[in-house]
Design a protein around this ligand. Sequence first.
Ligand code: UGA
Length: 430
Amino acid sequence: MNILVAGTGYVGTTTALVLAEMGWNVTGLDVDQNKIRLLQQGSIPFYEEGLEVLLKKHLQSGRIHFTSNTDEAIKDNDVIFLCVGTPSRSDGSADLQYVKQLAEEIGHNMDSYKLIVNKSTVPVGTQIKVTDWIRTAQLYPHPFDVASNPEFLREGKALTDALYPDRVIIGADSPQAASILKELYQTMNCPFVITTPNTAELIKYAANAFLATKISYINELAILCDELGVNVGEVAHGIGLDPRIGLSFLQAGIGYGGSCFPKDVSALLRISNVHGIPLSILEQTESVNQTQYLYLITKARERLREFDGKKIALLGLSFKPGTDDIREAASIRIARRLLAELAHIRVHDPVAKLPPELLHDSVTFCSTPEEAVEDVDAVFICTEWAMYQSIDWERMKESMNQANLFDGRNLLDAKRMKALGYYYQGIGNS
Ligand code: UGA
């Protein structure tokens, strides 16, 4: 079985490499020729630990190839994974233009049976649309199936998540499609859920929306914790030991970001509105997340009286550690607000770069956290990179103008920081 993975973003590149690792012959396809050139040379176009080693291994084993020749790639492969982007439109709905374009190219170029597997996060009903788009573009009525096989990998842990998933969801309405996918994943030692394509598509949104809701719940509770003098981390641990609740995704902070939760929550809300079935809990999940960062801003403004003319260090830009991805990152919201209130910002991140909107006279990018905190009136921790925990905070204090710490990820030990002489404000742990 020859496999084509169309789209070489996080999901596509990881899927292609994991399938090669499982022993299949894989071709990665992308219209972006620069990306293809980098991949052919053994470089991953984004930061994700472990991927480059696997890429080099399978370029050498000959089990992975990359191309930007769509027509040939479709003809040469039996199973085609769709891993192209589904960005948000301004109304929150998912934009399927890349999925549609690819479906039409598949229809146009196929010359034998193909199984098309959708891994991109798409609205319920997309499998039916893809089937129609392919059929309409077909020059000759070759048989094909379209299945849904959502991906649950996290950025920063992409390889482990994809190699050892909790479950494999297969949404297929033909036994042939389900059995090809089962064969493909035969080495995976986890539960398989074989269901309809619509159900598989909804499972993906429902999973991300549930996790986002857990985060917004603990984030709101954290603010109450500060008021009550209770530590939210202890509350999370105390409730999380109940297996019905679980310990994960109860880390309070300045809100969730990334390319998935914000986009998927808003897409699911859009689907619910279109069907006239409001998901009111999810509406609150979104609205709590949009304002969560303001809690820390308000606390900092109270402490500094105003930001005008103040120097502030932002430690961490990426939406979480282990990635250089800054999409929907809370750090950017904080930076935007501080700039609007005329602060000077000194930024550090070990891998992420400043986005164009922060290329500003009042923003300095620093190569070390030590450099970032020099002479500042406050430090905001926006991403819980482990390196910020091992900083010599005692020494750092000496180089700051004022020792104010606003810990947006509850990374540091509040008691210790206070004992070192810092004014410390976290989210529900102060
Ligand atoms: C998320 C899901 O976790 C994956 O299962 C899914 O496959 C992926 O979206 C996707 O749809 O492609 P990801 O966006 O990479 O993965 O990152 P997460 O680890 O889920 O974190 C998302 C955000 O939530 C981050 O900003 C993180 O800082 C925040 N978060 C997470 C918290 O604020 N508290 C927590 O307890 C956990």
